[in-house]
Design a binder for this molecule. Structure first.
Ligand code: PLP
Length: 388
């Protein structure tokens, strides 16, 4: 059967599985060897070479899901990002990075790139003109994130890919928030797609991993750097990730469906002043999101009205957990101003649109009626009593 014809759930379940020839077991065996014979293979197998049986096979599943020729699995999302950037950037090169960006990526660029003599520009906004304005003669790479964290802005992926192609610039995207179920940037002309597999690919908040998918030549370039940097993933976790990904499409589609209902519910609630979700018609890039995504994902943010005590609301939630991370099957919430963006000054937060009343919501697979009930009772019990 050709890969193209297979449905998403079939790819998730079967692509990249290792046949158990010895015992005919139903699932992939796990190969934990760090030492392999060297007689008949061209590239010797070694976990740091990204080529153990489990690593090679799982890469096929991720490549198939991202419509890519090849992929590599890493020990974390940050390992994926750092290996990817360092494979293509050298002293004197310049990278353009979307302003609204995962905090760890921003930190990596700001604290490490000066040591390597790599120049960088953060865009002023996320419109194609903002990217164009940031380009220099020595720009080698453009990195974007859509939907972005935590305000779910949508970048015109194809427009950025076209802009970059006309100038021979490599494009990379952080596709973590969308997951390959909701968005395939390679089809829109992006060269390399990376994931924090810690999030949707893992999906159970118990795996730290990363992945990059793209064309063979680009992946080979990352591999060449990767064997020196050493950011591969242990085979035990690779095997866990393969197991988790069998339900990726099922999970993400259930989460999409829940998020859509929750977004509408929040938008119609008087205690909520604003909802950020690309699947709402009120979202400024709703049409763009509809055009470039298969579905709108399960991440959203909302702002509480002045009359609600934000901390009390969070503490009153019974089912929905406060959590730093996201994308598990369980619903979680986070206050960006107190966590991911706590190091910014109040002024800086204001500039990027993150209010102290903003809550990021990673919608899980629970029954949506239970989630709504939990939010309703928490709102009821968190009306501020000290209002002037
Ligand atoms: C979590 C995350 C990362 C970093 O991934 P780790 O697995 O924590 O290293 C990168 N990008 C986004 C959008 C993330 O949410």
């Amino acid at each position: 059967m050709s890969k193209k014809k297979l449905g998403l759930n079939t790819i998730c379940t079967h692509i990249g599985e290792i046949e158990d020839q010895q015992f005919k077991g139903a699932i992939s065996p796990i190969y934990l060897s760090t030492s392999y014979a060297y007689d008949d293979v061209e590239v010797k197998r070694y976990p740091r070479y990204f080529n153990t049986p489990n690593q090679e096979h799982l890469a096929k599943k991720i490549a198939a899901l991202e419509h890519a020729e090849d992929a590599l699995i890493f020990s974390s999302g940050m390992a994926a990002i750092s290996h990817m950037f360092l494979a293509f950037l050298k002293k004197g090169d310049h990278i353009v990075v979307q302003n609204t960006l995962y905090g760890g990526t921003r930190n990596f660029i700001k604290s490490e790139f000066p040591k390597y003599g790599i120049e960088f520009t953060f865009t002023d906004g996320y419109q194609p003109s903002d990217f164009e304005k940031a380009l220099q003669n020595n720009t080698k790479l453009i990195h974007l994130e859509s939907p972005s964290n935590p305000l779910l802005t949508i970048t015109d992926i194809k427009a950025i890919a076209d802009l970059a192609k006309s100038r021979q610039i490599i494009t990379t995207i952080d596709n973590t928030f969308a997951s390959p179920i909701n968005q395939n940037p390679i089809d829109l002309g992006i060269d390399l797609v990376m994931h924090s597999a810690t999030k949707y690919l893992g999906g159970h908040s118990d795996i730290l991993a990363g992945a990059v998918a793209g064309g063979k030549d680009h992946i080979e370039a990352i591999w060449n750097v990767g064997i020196n940097l050493g950011g591969s993933l242990s085979d035990f976790t690779v095997w866990m990730l393969e197991r988790s990904m069998k339900t990726l499409a099922l999970r993400v589609k259930a989460q999409n469906k829940n998020a859509k209902k929750i977004a509408a519910f929040l938008e119609n609630n008087k205690a909520i002043s604003k909802v950020y979700y690309p699947g709402l018609k009120s979202h400024p890039e709703y049409k763009l999101a509809k055009g470039q995504m298969h579905d709108f994902g399960a991440m959203l943010s909302f702002e509480l009205e002045e009359g609600i005590d934000v901390m009390a609301f969070q503490n009153q939630l019974k089912l929905i957990k406060p959590s730093m991370s996201l994308a598990g099957v369980e619903s979680t919430m986070l206050l960006p101003a107190k966590t991911s963006h706590a190091l910014l000054t109040e002024e800086e937060r204001k500039e990027v649109g993150i209010s102290d009343r903003l809550i990021r919501f990673s919608v899980g697979i629970e029954d949506v009626s239970d989630l709504k009930r939990d939010i309703k009772q928490a709102l009821k019990h968190s009306k501020a009593t000290t209002l002037a």
